[in-house]
Every structure is written in structure tokens, then in C-alpha cells.
Design a protein around this ligand. Sequence first.
Ligand SMILES: [Mg+2]
Length: 257
Amino acid sequence: MFRKRRSDKPVILITNDDGIHSEGIAALEASLKLIGDVYVVAPESEMSGASHSLTLARPLRIRQIDERHWTVDGTPTDCVTLALNQILAPDIRPDICASGINHGANLGDDASYSGTVAGAMEATILGVPGVAFSLIGEDGSGYDFSHSARIAREVTMKAYTEGLPSGTLLNVNVAPGEPKGVKVTRQGVKSARPVISEHIDPRGKLYYWIGEERNGFKAEGGTDFEATHEGYVSVTPMRADLTNYLVLDELRGWETN
Ligand SMILES: [Mg+2]
């Protein structure tokens, strides 16, 4: 287990993948300030879909905005690594890392593409429990972060006071509107197909946008999709260890001496 801390005020590192100027990170910071000592290290521009990538082929620039805010011209993973090993170290050691609040869901397979989830995962790998928050949008009405910001505060405080099992991060998705409650879920499976749209630029060269056509999700009990579809907050425990323990024994026959 990560070390349990029960009474004092947590030191909280905030990051995201929508960039430091996004509405979601502002809502998360405003809410977590009510319970903790908050530092923000976030990408200077949107890095949605960055997944768990680390920038290695070019230098990174850190820009300090004020005593508690920094931007990095890189990914959420870059931000967390630099926060814990350069920007805040050695004087400030966060008790917990909160990532988000993402503009949009990170459910099912999409969690693996998510920079929001990756920010929390990177913190977890570095020994700081991570929690990722995403708000599911309502068609045509944008994002109202009021409920998700309150839920983020409650979940962050619970993760801090009760601790998380070692190597564990939480992927929290909040249904639009006022959620009915909280369900602990497993990752579901989306029903979608990639759609590549091809266009021609003003110089006559082809370019592409990657998109997808959504067709709901695989109907199975206990998934993140199901919980949020029914109007609940979904809390999925995840880990950076990608080992599929269920098939380890089955594959032993592949071993050679
Ligand atoms: Mg995003």
C-alpha cells in the first residue's frame, strides 16, 4: 500500500492533457484547493490522445507562471516526470496526483490512448498515487464541471486518507448532470470502427484526420460504460503493470531451456 495519511492537508500535484488553459483543469484546481496544498504542472497546449508518451527526441522547456503553476511543452507524462524530479523536487513531495478534469470520456479501450489516464499512471509508477478524472459531455451542451469537480475532491480525499494499493491508479469517469452515485467498475469494450477522412491541402497534397464511428458499447455487467450510461460515476482501478496474469500459466508451454 501507498503510505496512509489521515489527518493533515495533502500536497496535490495537478496535471491534465487538455492543456493548462482548459476549463477542466481550472475546475479541478479550484475544487482541490479546498482540501489541499495544490501545485499545477500541465502541458502548454492540448495533448489529448498523447497516451503514456515521453518526449525523448527533442528538448523540453519549462515555463513558470507563478509560485504554483508551470507549463511544459510536452506530454502529461513529461509534466509529471519533470514535476516530481525537477520542478518540485527536492523540497516538495506530492502525496497524490490528480489528472484532469478531461473534457470528454476515457472509457473502455479509450483509456489506453488517454493522456489524462497516463498522467495518473506516471505518478503511480513514480510512487505517488494517481487519480484521473474525466467528464462525459452532453450532446450539444458542452461541459458543466460543477458536479465532477466536487466528485474529484471527494475521491482525491478518499484516496489520500485511505491510501491506494501499491501500483494502483484510479480512472474516474463522471456522467453528465448530477450523478446518481458511485460504482466501482472494470474497463468495458467500445463498439466503434476507425474512420479516416482524406483531404487535399492548398498545395495539392493529401492529409488525413483519424476519427471513428461510434456504435455504443459491448453490453456486459459491471463496466465503466454501463455505470456512466446509467448516470453513475465510474471508478475503475487500474495499474501500470500490463501483465495479463490470467494467461501466464497457459503460456508456460512456450518456455524453452
Ligand atoms: Mg483530453
